[in-house]
Design a protein around this ligand. Structure first.
Ligand code: FES
Length: 231
């Protein structure tokens, strides 16, 4: 498994790892492809990502603090800028030369669609373009992070499975299917077969969402039978 998650095929892809709004004035720990990383908003406002391990004595940098975007290790106070460079070693004094090994090896990171994207390797391709982001006929809904006690294939299967909409998402986008409109589901699968997963307003899964008056989008994504641990 370790070999698989460290393969270039996975490491060179982009992964959304955290909601941009959740990255404010503290570093955040994430684990991506078996690697512990720290994310913080740097002095320029840009997102910085590095291994969650101080080069000095390997303390987790995610338990450190931020001051004006500079990440400070909680153990001996080494400071790191958004480019990963160590800018201060307090115990050595302000005139000390900072050794190359004191710097962090930052990962590629960008913000798009209200999310922070990280590529732990060398990006093979750009972050996917979603044309609807710039289309005023659509609005983006970032639903937050849910921990699902399922295998990755099971989760992927769920995202590709539109026939559960009328039963699980009755208050939002599933409502459109309630009146026996299962031909729309068949049309969606036909579109998948012919054109892949690109979204478009004529495909029922991605058309503008009408929030029902009696159910909020948060309720619609509340834990349900679908994302409960299997017994
Ligand atoms: S372990 Fe981070 S400064 Fe010493």
């Amino acid at each position: 498994m370790t070999d698989f998650v460290q393969s270039a095929a996975l490491k060179n892809c982009w992964y959304p790892v955290i909601d941009s709004a959740d990255l404010v004035d503290s570093p955040v720990a994430i684990r991506l492809l078996d690697e512990d990383l720290v994310i913080w908003r740097s002095e320029t406002g840009a997102v910085a990502v590095a291994p969650d391990r101080c080069p000095h004595r390997e303390a987790p940098l995610s338990i450190g603090s931020l001051e004006n975007g500079v990440l400070s290790c909680a153990y001996h106070g080494w400071d790191f800028g958004g480019d990963g460079r160590c800018v201060s070693i307090p115990s050595s004094g302000s005139e000390a030369t900072i050794p190359p090994a004191a710097h962090l090896s930052c990962r590629s990171a960008e913000e798009r669609y209200g999310l922070v994207w990280v590529c732990p390797g060398t990006p093979d391709v750009p972050i996917p373009e979603i044309a609807q982001e710039a289309d005023p006929a659509f609005r983006r809904i970032n639903t937050g992070v849910e921990a699902w006690a399922v295998s990755t294939p099971r989760m992927v299967d769920n995202f590709l499975d539109v026939s559960h909409f009328p039963y699980v998402h009755t208050g939002t986008f599933g409502g459109a299917f309630l009146a026996g409109q299962f031909s729309a589901v068949a049309a969606f699968f036909a579109a998948l077969r012919s054109q892949g997963m690109r979204s478009g307003r004529r495909r029922p899964c991605y058309r503008p969402i009408q929030i029902g008056s009696d159910q909020t989008e948060e309720q619609d994504h509340a834990p349900s039978r679908q994302n409960q641990p299997r017994r």
